[in-house]
Ligand binder design. Structure first.
Ligand code: APR
Length: 317
């Protein structure tokens, strides 16, 4: 199969619109369904439908039009939610976004149980467990088909390293493991290819912290105008493109993603995975950590466990 239906749930938003724009340009996408509760949604669909690329675009507004959007989906990308405002952490968004993701996952369970879900809505660390619990309850749970999108952490790390090394950031490979918020974001700078040109551990630490806090860097710079949208859309489109290449049987498609995992004490964990015809085909783990990275992992695990429990408790309350 070489033609796929992709749904963007939250398609009218700051992430959703540029994400839809990028997906409309992906030749593997033959049907692009845009779902949102915002009145502008059908118009975003009409707007994109005037582009001269093959993907057939449909707009779907409001919950009564959600099942039609989801039916036949191969991939459902979810940036629906409320974004961070200055001073807000990703966890502040929790209750609103948790309900949105729960309801979307329930609709996927009913209408496209084999679809791969790529969750962008924050806090991602908790949203993936919520979607997983919903699928379990519906009896259609497949952990290989639920991914938390951490691609932006990888993209940022590569961008910053590219800048430091004076090379094209697209030539940088860097695993980022753990989760998608604060201390749970663990860039494995010791595994960067090419090696990061930083002379001492203090600078490595500063770069690590910049990657961990890059989302906040954007929130502050936007001064009340929202959080990362354009770079997130780019990252979401890249992951979706990789998921589609995996579906079509391309080999060696590797991306970092936050998935069900038994590598650490944390039941969900992000690291490089191989994407295949059924979603996650292989967990590649995270290789050798240096002392500093081991310490970061130690700090991340309790936070991940807390975020995951919050998600599981929400889904089962
Ligand atoms: N179903 C579908 N879409 C919804 C729903 C819902 N129940 N509730 C809200 N939305 C839509 C909004 O109408 C809006 O178009 O989600 C979109 C969110 O867009 P923005 O408010 O612009 O937020 P954005 O910056 O895109 O971030 C969305 O992604 O990275 C995360 O933290 C971020 O959780 C936030 C999400």
């Amino acid at each position: 199969q070489m033609n796929y239906k992709v749904v963007v749930a939250g398609a009218a938003g700051g992430i959703g619109q540029p994400l839809a724009l990028l997906l409309k340009q992906n030749p593997l996408v033959t049907r692009l369904a845009l779902y949102d509760i915002a009145p502008v949604t059908p118009g975003v669909g009409v707007d994109l439908s005037h582009m001269d690329t093959p993907a057939k675009v449909t707009g779907h507004k409001g919950p009564e039009e959600l099942p039609a959007a989801i039916k036949g989906a191969d991939v459902v990308v979810i940036p629906a939610g409320v974004p961070r405002k200055p001073g807000m952490t990703r966890d502040d968004l929790f209750n609103t976004n948790a309900s949105i993701v729960r309801d979307l996952a329930a609709c996927v369970a009913q209408n496209a149980p084999k679809a791969i879900m790529a969750i962008i809505t924050n806090p991602v660390n908790s949203m993936v467990p919520i979607a997983s619990e919903v699928m379990k309850k519906a009896g259609v749970y497949d952990p290989a088909r639920i991914l938390g999108v951490t691609t932006l952490d990888v993209v940022r790390a590569a961008a910053f390293i590219g800048e430091i090394n004076g090379v094209d950031p697209r030539s940088v490979t860097i695993p980022v493991i753990g989760g998608h918020s604060g201390v749970t974001i663990i860039p494995l700078l010791s595994q960067s290819q090419p090696a990061v040109k930083l002379s001492d551990q203090e600078k490595i630490k500063a770069l690590t912290q910049r990657i961990q806090e890059a989302g906040t860097e954007v929130v502050k710079a936007k001064a009340g105008g929202g959080s990362a949208t354009l770079s997130m859309a780019y990252a979401g489109a890249r992951l979706t493109g990789s998921v589609l290449r995996g579906l079509k049987g391309e080999s060696n498609v590797v991306e970092c993603a936050y998935i069900k995992s038994d590598l650490t004490e944390s039941p969900y964990f992000a690291n490089p995975v191989v994407l295949g015809p059924n979603g996650v085909a292989k967990n590649l783990g995270y290789g050798q950590l240096n002392n500093y990275e081991q310490q970061l992992l130690k700090e991340a695990i309790p936070e991940l466990l807390k975020n995951i429990k919050t998600g599981v408790d929400f889904a089962n309350k």
